[in-house]
Each structure stands twice: as structure tokens, then as C-alpha cells.
Design a protein. Sequence first.
Length: 617
Amino acid sequence: MGGLCGWVNFSGNQELRAGLIKRMGASLACFDHGKETILYGVTYAAAVNALSERYHLAESEGGVAAVFGDPRIIDKELADLAQSKGLVAALIRGFKDHGPGVLRRLYGHFSVFIALERERQALIAVDRVGVCPLVYASVDGGLVFGSTSDAINRYSGLQPRINHQAIYNYLYFHVVPGADSVFEGQSRLIPGSYAHLSGNRLETGTYWEVEYQRENERLPFEELKREFRNLLQESVRREVGDQAVGAFLSGGTDSSTVSGILGEVTGKPARTYSIGFKAEGYDEMEYARITARHFQTNHHEYYVTPDDVVNAIPKIAQLYDSPFGNSSAVPAYYCAAFAKNDGVTRLFAGDGGDELFGGNARYATQYLLSLYSDLPESLRRRLIEPVLNSIPAGTRLPVIRKVLSYIKQASVPLPARLETYNLLERLGIENVVEKNFLASVDTAQPLFQLSQVYNSAHAQTTLNRILAIDLRFTLADNDLPKVSKTCEMAGTEVVFPLLSDDLMAFAARLPVKFKLKRTRLRYFFKEALKDFLPPEVISKRKHGFGLPFGPWLLSHRPLYELARDNLSDLKGRGIVRADFIDALFERHVAEHAGYYSTMVWILMMLELWFKHHEVQS
């Protein structure tokens, strides 16, 4: 994966520190050993590390720019300049002419740094989805930045301290979401945002947010279908390049689509890679085989074992800037490593389809709940609920109890209703988190973050507001880092063709009933591709690369001991109650491994993250 890092300070008292920027840059390539390029001057230093040629770092037009990724310029004048003088020259000219507005003239997945020494202006930014992350901190009137916190932590004078609120948010979301960093004094750029340094003044802002348009209009299906299929082909074709390419194939709708389109645009069978598990209810290899046969792909399979999980857990725990609790990072890593060993240098991933086109099961759940919550309040509060609640508890039939449970859940306002089944909430925050640690955090912040995105979404419909939340929290904070970092550890690039700017714009103007038709998920996506995808894939329930951690935790002794030992060590950090950890292993896991193993996993990964980063809680 690689990335970029550096610093800028216009105070004029900064020494040249070639050794420091080299150390910072080296932190970007601890796994993939990409090509490193360094450039520094009196007021700035920058380093870029990348596997392929998808990076730029140069001085031009009286400024300097570093780019990681593959931006496209959509402004004709700047595009012509890029053609004649290079991307760096065009970005610098655009920054001079438009300030941060230059970012609205870029498409693609990238992170960027631009500095104008004479004008005392600098800019860092990330793409509209957050594929290429950046972390930053304000230091001595200047700015230090990097694709990872490790790079920033190597900058002299920065002593990382743990942000307690970020740790609490991790326990809640299983990742550290939004603009927060696990280290105090550091922040992350959210998708479509930037930080602008003018002299010694630092301001942040957004240059793009998804805008849902024509939400309830009737648009011609066949015309949309043709446009969609063309956009799919163009998005995949743009990412092929001259690399040895392959595709993740879980057997789901997205990965099957990408695999099939990849074969179409290259004119030869796609190389596809699938992961299986010898555990009942978790193996979906048959669907991957159906897709492979349908598109006649060059298909490869690997079955992950419990020993594989034991070996991968410590490596994955150290991958991330912040604690990361998505257990499907394990199969994602083995799939990427499997492809790398087969000679693939760029993997195509299908992430994004659910969040763009309405593919998550909870969207159907929220539709069903909205049938009640959208009723007039007078009808709900004055008639339905009083009548049902008047029935004595001891005489209520099972159907009445189910209706009351439904009403209780439907009465929770959005977006809090999305967290009805949140594991930390259901276990009881006070039962899990140490009292003193709890006193140092704001337990309302996770829901506040969700509400900010939900309420500020450029949408009129409930579904699109939820999709806006999932683009941020599910995709940018969880799924994309999972795939990007595990591919980095495997030493291969990854691209996300379903998240092209053109496909995102198309999905944003798709009528909401084409995304969710009553409880039918991804209605348009599936209808538009029903003559392309295998019918079994169209009709299957979503699963993905879920890890059978719960069953294996009970049956595989080395995995059990790894989890138990690390949770025992976590007791001394003053975050999670020791009696809760004891109860996990003494009662809960044995009673319901599938449910409680999720908490075991996120706590184990938290402790292993602390150990690797050698920081105090």
C-alpha cells in the first residue's frame, strides 16, 4: 500500500533533517518494500513510498507536491497542463489559482500534499471515499502529516499519549471512527476533506460530500441499466493498467460482478481467489465456484485453518494505527497472500456496493420498523400502544409480546435505532468498562457522531441518510482499512472499482426505491445484472469472509490460550473490568461462543495493539 508523509513549517527556523524524513518514510513500507522517494527544502520535507508508479513527488512552478494514488484532473485547463508539464505542475498551479478549491477538480483515490513556499500556503487532503488516509498534527506553528500515525510519531518532539475517548469508541464500534486518532494531538482527515495551512494558521474543511438527488423521481430503468453497465466496465478498465491482476471472490454479488467485468475488459479469464472455512455455516466456497464456472475464471481456493488464525492475529494487530476489531481481516489477508504467491500484484476488491446500492440486511430491517415509526404520533401514542399495554403481562400471547417488542424497537429514533443490537450496549457499559476509565470519557459521543452524519446528510429519505452513515463508518472506517492494510501486509496493491467517482455519482442520483424495494435489497443492482450474474448469486443471502472465531475458540486450544492470555494481560490496563473478563471465559463463551466471541476478539486485538505500539493506556 505505502503512502506519504512529511512536514511543513513557514516560520523559517526549521533545520534540514534528511535523516528524520527518511525514518518517517521508512515507516510506510514495513511490509511491501515499495519504492521510496524523498524531497526536502528549507520549510518542508516529504516522502512517498509506493509499490507501483501510482505516486508523484516533485518541485515545480514555485512549489512542491506529493501525491499517493491515482488522481484524475477534470478541469480542462489543468488537465492540459498535466499533459504537458506533469501532474505536480498542474496541482501546484491549481492550488495557486483556486486554493483548496483545486480538490473539487480531482477524481480518483489519492492523498496529496501541496506547499507554496513564497505564498506560505500548504494543503493536505484525501479522496472522496477515504481509500488513501492521512493523519496530521499541528506542531510549532506548522503541520506534520502521514498516511500512518507511526510516521508522525517518528517526528521529533511528539510523544504519543493515548486518547481515552478513542479507546471507548473502539469498544463501541470495534474501530476508532471519524476524525479521531487513538493518539492525543493527532487527527484523521475524513473522506473528502482537507487541512489548509496559511502562515501558521491551520484550518480544516470538506471539499466534497455525497449529495443524494432525484430520490423519489421515476427514471427509465433500461436507460439507467445501460449507463450502469458502461460505468462498471469503465471503472474496472481504468484500474487494470499493466499489472498482473486478480480479484477477490467471495461468491457475493459485488465480488462476482467485479470478477466477471474484469474478464470482459481484459478479454481473458480473470484470476480469482477465494477463502473457505471447514466450519459449518461459515463456508461459502460453493457460491464462489458457481461464479468461477459461470465466468470461466482461473480460480484458486484456500481454506483457512485455526493455526492460520493463531499465526495471523499478532501480525494483524500491529497493522493498524488504531486498534482494529474486524475479524474478517484474517481471511482477507490470507486471500491476498494467496494471490501474491500466485504472482498477482494488483487485486480487485468489490467493496462499496452495499453502501452505494442498498445491500445490507439492516436496511430492510429499518424499512419494516419505519412502517410503525412513520405512523402519526397520535395514532401510535393514543390508540395502538395504550390498547396493547393494557393487556396484563401474564396473559399476553406470544404474538402480542412480539408486537410490543417490535413497537419498542421502532420507537427508538434514528440513528440511535441502528445501534439497538450494539454489543457494548447490550452487555451493559458499566458491566464491561472500568468505573474510573468510564469517568474519563463521554459515553454519548458514539451516538453523537452517528447523529452528526445522519442529520447533515444531503438527503431527504431515511435510507439515503443511513447510506451516508455507512459510507463513513462501515466503509471508510472499517472495510477499506481492513482490505487495504491486509493487502499491504501481503505485498500486493488493491483497487476498489465500485467506488469510482462516476459510480458513486450514479448511485447518489438513483431513486431510493431502486435501492430498496420494500425489503428487497439492491433491487436495481440485481435487476440490472440478472442477465450477467449467475442466478444463484443474485438470490443468495449476504455472507462474505466471516471468520468462525467462536467455534474455533472452543475447539482449538492454541487459539483459546492466545485469547485468554491477552485478555488476562488487559486486566492491568484499567479499561475493562477484570470480573467481566473472568466471566467471559468462565461462563459466557461456553454458553454462547458465537455471540460472546466478538467481545473476546475486540479485547484481544486491543491488548495486542497496545503491546506492539508499546504505549501506556
